[in-house]
Design a protein around this ligand. Structure first.
Ligand code: ADP
Length: 485
């Protein structure tokens, strides 16, 4: 074991290796995508989307008003009645395969655009967001002509028009999670991306044109929460929402008694549970992946580390050393590990909650990394001496902030892990399979990872319980949310 204090072990020096922003082929302005064409908002309203790493504007984007949302839903309804509901499974498969291939062809452009608009490191957008988005279309292309054999009866029917609202943390990937199963099952869609990250979804809309998807089968309405609220209020047959628990509850109330189908994928406060027999170096990588991946802007982030008391000191020593080596900075640099916080508002929220961490008596460790002068940044932070009652142990920070708690027995680990209103994901680290299974069976979470964290696959259903929502995305289960079964 290396006993040097964390701050004396410096990261290797790397020369900057930035991707060129020109690859993103940014345009000055982007319209709504309605009925197969890009159009301005009816009242001409627009908003600006920024690069969170520089605070500089990237483009102006149409702000959809109520009339635009109504027009998009009407276009989706027409496309459903006239075209899409009459397509065969193999025809829909063909479109989905085409979309997947085109995402692959334009992957570099999409990755750079995603990193510019969201602030995430290019390594993640290039190796994760974009390939996984393509993988979702490939996967559901494979289901579109096999719905009769998916276990939902001999002739499962689509629901009709789906209104889909997505957040800013994985813009393109969340669009793929929503669109691919909906289209495979024979629905048409109106999708609303988040206001801080509309661009990659608009390029996806271009890809849908390239794929010659019939007009109106997918429509994109950009704008803030008011556009999302208008979509929920519109006569859609299904609402799929990914975002905060707070807005999820508003949507659920709004839809109560209307018979509209609903799935919600909301917040989380995931526990990453480390037993004393787990290999520590792998554990440290898993903890880092669990909380610092995508700046911690991940609903299933492993934001609570539960470490067995007998190994806590060693795990934390190695963790601090590893945290010191994370490179924070230019999202377009291929060496960057942690990029920019997505918005000023999110940065403010992270600051507020971390201030509370100190105020309530937790001990704060902040990586000594230098932060760029402009843009929204937050250094990787680890809190120890955290009590279960502290806000940083209960509330979703949605930033690069880890809260560490300890436990002695598996029973205590399970009790602490379940001591949350959420129930999205957990991780268990142990060499003993029987122990992992014992714990996993008792965790109240939609997803449990064993000896890994933040692992996603289109074939694997994902979703929460309790205040993390309901419904599953991904896998065969993901089809159910878009079928009348
Ligand atoms: P966050 O707090 O992480 O920004 P939100 O839940 O506010 O998450 O946002 C997720 C998505 O929901 C975004 O696309 C946002 O515009 C949209 N949204 C916000 N408020 C509403 C609302 N009242 N009804 C429908 N959608 C909304």
């Amino acid at each position: 074991m290396d006993d040097r204090p964390a701050s004396t072990v410096s990261a290797l020096e790397y020369d900057p290796a930035p991707e060129s922003a020109a690859v993103a082929r940014l345009r000055e302005s982007y319209g709504l995508f309605v009925g197969g064409a890009f159009v301005e908002a009816a009242d001409g309203a627009t908003f600006e989307t920024l690069n969170p790493a520089t605070e500089e504007p990237l483009a102006r984007v149409a702000q959809a008003g109520e009339a635009d949302v109504v027009a998009a839903v009407a276009a989706a309804r027409r496309a459903y009645d006239k075209v899409w509901r009459k397509t065969t499974g193999p025809q829909r498969s063909k479109y989905l395969f085409r979309i997947a291939r085109l995402i692959q062809e334009r992957s570099r452009e999409l990755a750079v655009l995603e990193s510019l608009d969201n602030g995430k490191p290019i390594r993640e957008s290039r190796d994760l967001d974009v390939p996984l988005a393509a993988a979702h279309f490939f996967y559901y292309a494979g289901w579109a002509d096999k719905l009769d054999h998916a276990g939902f009866g001999p002739d499962p029917r689509p629901l009709g028009v789906a209104g889909q609202i997505i957040p800013w943390n994985f813009p393109l990937l969340m669009a793929a999670w929503k669109l691919a199963p909906a289209l495979a099952a024979g629905n048409t869609c109106v999708l609303k991306p988040a206001e801080t990250t509309p661009l990659s979804v608009l390029v996806l809309a271009e890809i849908l044109q390239q794929a010659e998807l019939p007009d109106g089968v997918v429509n994109v309405v950009t704008g803030d929460g008011s556009a999302g609220a208008a979509l929920v209020a519109s006569p859609v047959d299904k609402v799929a929402f990914t975002g905060s628990t707070e807005v999820g509850k508003v949507i659920q109330r709004r839809l109560a008694g209307r018979g509209t189908r609903l799935t919600l994928e909301l917040g989380g406060k995931g526990a990453n549970i480390v037993f004393d027999d787990a290999p520590i170096d792998e554990v440290v990588e898993g903890i880092v992946d669990g909380i610092f991946f995508n700046q911690g802007h991940v609903c299933c982030a492993g934001s609570r580390l539960l470490v067995q008391e007998s190994v806590a000191e060693e795990v934390l020593h190695r963790l601090r050393r590893r945290v010191d080596q994370l490179r924070v900075g230019d999202p377009l640099d291929k060496n960057t590990d942690v990029g920019a916080i997505n918005s000023a508002a999110q940065l403010e929220k992270i600051r507020e909650l971390t201030d509370w961490g100190e105020r309530e008596g937790a001990t704060r460790y902040t990586s000594p990394c230098a932060l760029p002068e402009r843009g929204y940044w937050f250094a990787p932070t680890v809190f120890t001496e955290v009590a279960q009652t502290h806000r940083i142990a209960r509330e979703e920070v949605f930033g690069p902030v880890l809260s560490v708690l300890t436990f002695r027995t598996p029973e205590e680990a399970v009790a602490k892990a379940n001591n949350t209103t959420y129930g999205l994901a957990c991780g268990v680290w142990s060499e003993k399979g029987s122990r992992t299974l014992w714990v996993a069976e008792r965790l109240r979470a939609g997803v449990v990872w064993a000896n890994t964290y933040n692992r996603f696959d289109p074939a694997s259903p994902f979703g929460g319980v309790r205040e993390s929502g309901f419904g599953r995305e991904g896998g065969r289960h993901g089809l159910e949310a878009y079928l009348d079964v």
